[in-house]
Ligand binder design. Structure first.
Ligand code: MG
Length: 218
């Protein structure tokens, strides 16, 4: 490049021609039409579009899975929802970290591929899952999906809780889940509603969560 610049050489169109001009031996190898040269920002946008189209075209089998879970409150100082600890006067009771929303999400993914539910893969009777972080369960469900060459298209989670307040933590929850689901956070929705003081959830006896997931498979 220094030589080409010093000589103000015109017409060098790529790195190889610059090297050749500098006297460096160039050898040719057979290319692949798929291995397109990316030069401008537009080339990258086009290649991205192309790769996404191919990824989706190869996965025409679209499936929907549903998951529901509920955990009661217990003495504690924080509830964990979608991997985020929210300070509260109680915690959720469960064998694992009792992340009710992540359990619903995990069951929804397992539902798309007919792989049972969390309890099948991580029996509550097994002491090794005592206090376990629920992301282990979610990662397993995604792993089973990927073994079938499936990808997550979107996840929609609704948390039913009278308290604590969920909305200030939604962004952190989406950021936590995105790398586990291997999707952009924009493909994850987390919503919360109270039960207007009706029923067990309304009496603040626990938290319930629903999840719906869409996946694509070959
Ligand atoms: Mg559970």
């Amino acid at each position: 490049y220094r030589k080409a610049e010093a000589e103000r050489t015109q017409g060098l169109t790529d790195d190889a021609s610059v090297a050749e001009h500098a006297g460096i031996a160039i050898s040719m190898v057979l290319g692949d039409i798929e291995n397109r040269k990316l030069t401008t920002a537009d080339d990258i946008v086009m290649a991205d579009r192309d790769m996404t189209a191919r990824l989706l075209a190869a996965r025409p089998d679209i499936r929907v899975g549903q998951g529901i879970d509920v955990h009661p409150f217990d003495e504690g100082d924080a509830v964990i929802l979608c991997g985020v600890a929210i300070p509260y006067s109680q915690k959720l009771k469960g064998h694992s970290d009792a992340d009710v929303a992540m359990h619903a999400l995990t069951d929804a993914i397992l539902g798309t591929i007919g792989e049972g539910d969390i309890g099948v893969h991580f029996p509550p009777s097994d002491p090794q899952w005592k206090g376990a972080e629920s992301r282990i369960f979610l990662a397993k469900a995604v792993e089973l999906l990927e073994a079938k060459r499936g990808i997550v298209a979107n996840a929609d989670i609704t948390i039913l809780a009278e308290a604590p307040k969920i909305s200030p933590h939604v962004a952190a929850m989406r950021a936590f889940l995105a790398p586990l689901l291997k999707v952009d956070p924009s493909r994850i929705a987390i919503k919360a509603t109270t039960m207007e003081k009706l029923g067990a959830i309304g009496r603040k006896e626990g938290i319930m969560a629903y999840a719906t997931v869409t996946v694509r498979l070959p």
